[in-house]
Design a protein around this ligand. Structure first.
Ligand SMILES: [Zn+2]
Length: 46
């Protein structure tokens, strides 16, 4: 499961707490905390 501060690669990730999605445009982007609930656990959805 990708978590905040990892670099899981290009794609869209969904916060497991509130469902907010975060999009990473580049393989070097770091996954941020959820902008809505500050959650740190995500699942890859695309
Ligand atoms: Zn969230």
């Amino acid at each position: 499961m990708p978590t905040t501060r990892e670099k899981p690669g290009k794609g869209t990730y969904k916060c497991t707490k509130c469902g907010t999605t975060v999009h990473l445009d580049d393989n070097t982007d770091t996954l941020p905390p959820c902008p809505k609930c500050n959650g740190t656990n995500f699942v890859r959805i695309s």
